[in-house]
Write a protein that binds this ligand. Structure first.
Ligand SMILES: *Cc1c(COP(=O)(O)O)cnc(C)c1O
Length: 458
């Protein structure tokens, strides 16, 4: 008999989570204006809102925390982080910041001006926010297969080279400060980008004189997919793959709350001294001095260790296979999910799941609320609310996909939790025909509305 698979870790510390009744949840979600971001965390049983900053640190990270050097300048923890980042990514220059969007703010303050155009593969929402706030434009060049939720393409984060070249031909080079590759592509479903595609984007961009940057929040997960799926990489280590990926870029912005395996933090890593100097000034204004940039010494120490752990093959297998485990359970029960399953989350096709809810009534949000009411499981809408309004016309932008995302915190839940989540969603699926009404907006801010929007039942 073949031995079954088991997690390559054991648990040293536990945190209680609370169950609740449907009546309680009905009251809590109403009080929260039907926005799951407004729930108190202890009103949630299993929290799949995000994989951002919600993972568990290892004993080695907790130990590193105690060694944190809180010196304002030249901290030993900064040097430890710098060494770790350079070893993993190959980028020699480092600016720590407090999280990923701060990296965007600092970098874009240097590189972006009004009317510029930034091509890439489905920019993340804060990235788009930082671009559009500067009256510049994010152009999505993701391959069409990404928007066919059931297409079995192994790298649905890839950039369509023809779409990219069209952008390069349509605009002066001066108006295209860089091309941004997001690995894995969060917005298209945590889908990976192949090495072949990264290389091709680099070659094309070189021909037009446009530098390539990475939005690298889940670069280790992307590297794992390359190892598992791309020809010629099965024998390479994740570390080697990560090094090759980044060799094609001028630099990266990082949300350490993802593949950094810490609860807060971010950084910019890069090669160009001039950009580093200019970005240093913005770091000092917005974040803090260049050797801490909004992070404490202890957090930098934990991150230095976390980066090494997240490139570990055992860790990545456990991580990615758990996401797939949940996806397969749902798939087997007929629940329409994005397939193949991505790296950090399972994405449920809300339009197909709830055929009787009109798109003007926020289908994916409706599904997220139903799942919460059913079992206290919190997912998140990746649909019309997230897509915001068109900055010029102020009309709703209806994205091609209305998705409910179930994002899995790293090293946090067991597969029993996954079984519970799957059973809850399958129960909602069984009564899907009865769900015919969605929600309407009673308050929303100008950008990034999904965080603070307030809704009412239709
Ligand atoms: C999370 C994320 C960001 C922003 O990072 P924060 O740490 O949340 O500010 C940017 N890009 C991608 C792809 C992300 O997943």
């Amino acid at each position: 008999m073949e031995l079954p698979w088991a997690e390559p870790y054991r648990i040293k510390m536990v945190e209680s989570i609370a169950r609740s009744t449907r009546e309680q949840r009905e009251e809590w979600i109403k009080r929260s204006k039907y926005n799951l971001f407004k729930l108190n965390s202890d009103e949630v049983f299993i929290d799949l809102l995000t994989d951002s900053g919600t993972g568990a640190m290892s004993d080695a990270q907790w130990a590193a925390l105690m060694t944190g050097d809180e010196s304002y300048a030249g901290s030993r923890s900064y040097r430890m982080l710098h060494k770790s980042v350079e070893e993993i990514t190959g980028f020699p220059l480092l600016l720590p910041v407090h999280q990923g969007r701060a990296a965007e703010n600092v970098l874009f303050s240097v590189l972006l001006k009004e009317d510029m155009v930034i091509p890439g593969n489905a920019h993340f929402d804060t990235t788009k926010g930082h671009i559009e706030m500067r009256r510049a434009h994010a152009v999505d060049c993701t391959i069409d297969e990404a928007y066919d939720i059931y297409d079995a393409h192994p790298f649905k984060g890839n950039i369509d080279l023809e779409k990219l070249e069209r952008v390069y031909k349509e605009h002066d080079k001066e108006r295209i400060p860089f091309c941004l590759i997001t690995v894995t592509c969060n917005t298209s479903g945590g889908q990976p980008v192949s090495m072949e595609n990264i290389r091709a984007v680099k070659e094309l961009s070189d021909r037009y004189g446009v530098p390539v940057w990475f939005d690298a929040a889940r670069y280790a997960e992307n590297a794992y997919f390359i190892q598992q799926r791309e020809e010629g990489y099965a024998e390479k280590s994740v570390r080697e793959i990560v090094r090759e990926m980044f060799s094609y870029g001028q630099g990266m912005t990082m949300s350490s709350k993802k593949d950094g395996l810490v609860n807060i933090g971010g950084f910019i890593a890069l090669r160009d001294e001039e950009i580093y100097r200019a970005a240093s000034n913005f770091t000092i204004i917005y974040e803090g001095y260049v050797t801490y940039g909004g992070m404490s010494g202890r957090d930098m120490a934990a991150l230095a260790v976390g980066l090494q752990e997240s490139a570990g093959e055992d860790y990545l297998e456990t991580r990615i296979e758990q996401v797939r485990y949940l996806g397969e359970k749902l798939h087997e029960a007929g629940v329409p999910i994005q397939y193949p399953v991505g790296g950090h989350a399972v994405f449920v096709d809300a339009t197909k799941f709830l055929p009787n809810v009109p798109k003007e009534e926020y289908i994916a949000q409706t599904l997220a609320i139903e799942l919460y009411l059913e079992a206290g499981v919190r997912g998140v809408e990746i649909g019309t609310l997230l897509a915001d309004r068109d900055p010029e016309t102020r009309e709703n932008r209806y994205p091609r996909l209305e998705l409910l995302r179930l994002a899995l915190p790293r090293r946090t839940y067991t597969n029993n939790h996954m079984d519970y989540v799957a059973a809850a969603l399958i129960r909602v699926y069984e009564r899907r025909e009865e769900i015919t009404k969605g929600y309407k907006i009673v308050y929303e801010p100008e950008i990034l509305r999904h965080f603070s929007v307030e809704l009412e039942k239709n």
